[in-house]
Write a protein that binds this ligand. Sequence first.
Ligand SMILES: Nc1ncnc2c1ncn2[C@@H]1O[C@H](COP(=O)(O)OP(=O)(O)OP(=O)(O)O)[C@@H](O)[C@H]1O
Length: 436
Amino acid sequence: MDEKPPHIFFVSPQLAMFVLSIVPLLAVVAVIYGRYLRKVSMLTQDSLAAATQLSEERIGNIRTVRAFGKEMLEMEKYDGKVDYVLDLAYKEAFARAGFFGLTGLSGNLIVLAVLYKGGLLTGAAHMTVGELSSFLMYAFWVGISIGGLSSFYSELMKGFGAGSRIWELLDRKPLMPFNEGLVIPPEKFRGALDFRDVGFMYPSRPDAPIFQGLNLSVPPGSVMAVVGPSGSGKSTLVSLLLRLYDPSTGSIHIDDHNMQNLNPLWLRSKIGTVSQVQVEVCADSSALPFLFSGCRNQCWFSCSISENIAYGAEDPSTVTQAQIRGQKQRIAIARALLKNPRILLLDEATSALDAENEYLVQEALDRLMEGRTVLIIAHRLSTIQNADAVAVLDQGRVVECGKHAQLLQNPNGLFSKLMEKQSSLLRSKDSARSAP
Ligand SMILES: Nc1ncnc2c1ncn2[C@@H]1O[C@H](COP(=O)(O)OP(=O)(O)OP(=O)(O)O)[C@@H](O)[C@H]1O
């Protein structure tokens, strides 16, 4: 027999309507609850992220925190952030408890109401005891389904709330392409650099322009030394050439091609960088204890190199940081040499190495620079003297540009002043060294 079981409405339409009258009310509550849970879940993710960011930053910079005696303040700040996350977790727990309590209560009320109303209907002979029993079974299953549905709905809303940040990130369009654009054929690639009326401000500080109408040409195969007061934007020039940022106005041309039309991945493969800041920062953090695993990981390459360099010594404990730094620098240069880039961006160290290491590093650098277009943030007088041209940066533009000797002819120029300042600094260092 292919007989379908009787529908809940066929058993007793009157009782079915009575039982299902609870559904619209539950639906309204579910919508309000769902919205609330979504909001709380989103807030929880945000505040958790803020707490993690705070702890990462402060632990990463524990030396600064310690140096300023701000441990208690930072701990209070972190406590505040974690307490807020806890508050949100309480709110979520209360909302869940309320919702599940309500759905559970409605299920039980439905069964009780069916027993009461069904008893009345049975007593008035409108319904048989068998019909009431089967109706109770149906009502029971409806109750269980509502329970399951509310639990699923609850998790779904929580997921929507937490996922909205991820979707926001997934939907973000990169400001610059990753691996698209023009590639200059190797036989045509010469490596000429040309900044044309470049204006730039960092996205995080749109009110502080770094460059305004900056013009600078570096012919292919020549060495351009860039000097300027601290904060004049020397490192920013390097960031722009690596296309970590795009100019806000004007353009940068490489062999007469606007850089924005070139494939950034290809371009970076043609640019070698030797940054001494990186080497020094890592040399410093290699002295940190193992406890700061994140910091050690960041500098894993340099740390393991420094350990390896020291390992070669007869007594590694006698190896000084200055010796390691001279060797590390040469490894960085060797790496750039193997890349064989057409364009080379160098950031010279401000701290002086000892004479022997300075000679070795300079020799390796000279070899590296041969036949390439070089932009060097120069601090050593020898580099400035040997460069084909020197560009002096100040107030967001190139204020002087020419050969070293040529620039020195203007005693009131910024270059002459910078050189005078540097030589008086060197003189005072020398006299401090020779003092008993
Ligand atoms: N990522 C960044 N976001 C916002 N501002 C920045 C950023 N990097 C640098 N700056 C600011 O841009 C200005 C120029 O910095 P830059 O490092 O290019 O100067 P610099 O001439 O290389 O300085 P120094 O000789 O001290 O290294 C500074 O005021 C600096 O605070």
